[in-house]
Design a protein around this ligand. Structure first.
Ligand code: DC
Length: 223
């Protein structure tokens, strides 16, 4: 049986997980899997259909209507919701909050588990999220917990949103980030936390290139 290499990168909002993981995956020839996109697809469906996301039963009741899918197109991950490409729409700030809300529902997490694990069974992957090293891939080859100070993460996220033309303020982004971090790390099921065997990487004082180098070095040391 061929066994594949898996790199788990977990951490709070805006730590740079996706851009750093994408960069590292390219360098290593691995597939990058952004698991947050799956929760965002579920959040988008609930948002569009007026489902009360604080009500576990209401969210669970619509799960059978939701088929999220990850497709790789020219090496880039696209996320589909019931056959519709929603890769752009899921990035809206209100969908970030919706994703965080639905991700606290245990049935939502259970419904997405196999899909994530299957990606790692059939590919060398770098997978980012909140519970990859703790729950999804507890036997990952390399586990990294990526973080940075909240203000620094908020500034990065703010710059990204402004570049995309989203109207917002730094204060709004920081408040949103703190709220999501709180939700994600205080939920009962698979909360955001550093796995015991994960390497802690703090990118507060590092620019993008330096952060990528740090992560690539941690990965290479463990392979
Ligand atoms: O990584 P992201 O910001 O796109 O994730 C959106 C939300 O989805 C996040 O606030 C919490 C949830 N999430 C999760 O609970 N577990 C994951 N593995 C990935 C994301």
């Amino acid at each position: 049986m061929t066994s594949f290499v898996s790199v788990a990168i977990d951490g709070p909002v805006g730590a740079g997980k996706s851009s750093i993981a994408r960069n590292a995956a390219k360098k290593l020839g691995f597939i990058y899997v952004d698991t947050g996109a799956l929760y965002r697809a579920v959040g988008l469906y609930c948002h569009r259909n007026g489902v009360d996301m604080k009500n576990n039963a209401a969210v669970t009741a619509v799960l059978s209507e939701i088929q999220p899918e990850i497709r790789l197109i020219d090496g880039t991950q696209h996320i589909y919701l019931n056959k519709e490409d929603v890769s752009e729409e899921i990035r809206l700030p209100e969908i970030s909050m919706a994703a965080s809300a639905v991700s606290a529902v245990p049935e939502v997490r259970a419904s997405l588990l196999e899909l994530q694990r299957n990606m790692a069974k059939t590919n060398n992957v770098i997978m980012d999220g909140r519970d990859i090293g703790t729950v999804v891939l507890p036997d990952a080859t390399v586990k990294i917990f990526l973080t940075a100070a909240p203000e620094i993460r908020a500034k990065r996220r703010y710059d990204e949103l402004i570049a995309k033309g989203v109207e917002t303020t730094f204060e709004e982004v920081l408040a949103d980030l703190n709220q999501r971090d709180y939700n994600d790390s205080h939920r009962a099921t698979a909360p955001l936390k550093q796995a015991e065997d994960a390497v802690l990487a703090d990118t507060s004082g590092l620019d993008f290139e330096q952060s990528c180098e740090l992560i690539c070095n941690i990965i290479k040391e463990k392979l």
